[in-house]
Design a protein around this ligand. Sequence first.
Ligand SMILES: Nc1ncnc2c1ncn2[C@@H]1O[C@H](COP(=O)(O)OP(=O)(O)OP(=O)(O)O)[C@@H](O)[C@H]1O
Ligand SMILES: [Mg+2]
Length: 338
Amino acid sequence: MDIGIDLGTSRTRLFIDKKGKVLDEASVAAYNVAENRIIAVGDEAYAMLGKTPDSISAEFPIKDSVIDQSLLVEDMLNILIKQVYTGKIIMPRVVSNIPGDITEVEKRAVVNAISSFGVRRVYLIENIKAAAMGAGADIMGAHGTMVVNLGAGTCCAGVLSLGGIAMSKTVKTGGNKMDDDIVKYMRREHGLVIGNPMAEKCKRTIGRLVPIEKEVGFRVKGRDSLSGLPRFVDVTATEIMRVLMDTAKEIVSIIKDVIEETPPELVGDIYTDGIILTGALAKLEGFDTLISEVLDIKVTLANEPEDCVILGCGKAIDYIAEVEKNVKNDINPLMAAY
Ligand SMILES: Nc1ncnc2c1ncn2[C@@H]1O[C@H](COP(=O)(O)OP(=O)(O)OP(=O)(O)O)[C@@H](O)[C@H]1O
Ligand SMILES: [Mg+2]
């Protein structure tokens, strides 16, 4: 049995060979602080965020797409894998994605966390390659394909050709930064203290990056910053759009940088084919339109953009055999095995 693992800042996704995506849960672990004992992981732990007593802590152990708390990640992974694989796990081979600008130490942390449940071998694939493969793009030919993956902790723009990355840039910003901006805005402009889950709900419900024709609102619930008492504020989509725009523009400028630094022959391909958007944040209303308008380029939202990376890890499983048999293939998307 071979499996794919996408350890994302906000979600962990698992893929089992010949089955497809089998799990998609929040990357959260809740534990008893005194006893250091895991209480819940995934969506169950996410529901506890901000509501835990002192004795319990619920945390995201992956920050900006890299492992921040390795023991929590190991526990979380072990429990999630057991949820989807009840049979006896016979030393699976694993393909997992890593962000573009990762250090050796950070890479090692991913491999160690995955190895902790007894795997035969871990193969790594760069995030943007997995995203492109999962979106169904042909990245093996002598043709430039531009993919932008928009996540919670990082966003990456890359141009792929001949199975490799011709140009790419990763920034530590994304959906989480937008949520932080909503939290700060509500406090500053409305004197309302809210948690990140409420901000995320607001972003997902009315968030958008293109003007709205018929205004809609969202009731943000929190605590008055002065009295400390419960209070709510009704915000409009237009108001929240202005809050989200700073981060969105930063992301668009990264995409522009990548295009500007890409060799001319490949840029020609990109202008003909356009850009493919992946990652769950790509579902933010109007993100595709904003990029397309600012950069004057065609933008296509991938089907189920949140699944592209994990599906790409799944597809990359097919390349393991070649690596193991030492077949020389310059366009194999997998990085070294560990
Ligand atoms: N329908 C939606 N509209 C707007 N934003 C959304 C929607 N669905 C998810 N998001 C946002 O997308 C982000 C999560 O994206 P994704 O699941 O691709 O990230 P991740 O893989 O966990 O993180 P990363 O790749 O950065 O490590 C979150 O900020 C979430 O709020
Ligand atoms: Mg991701």
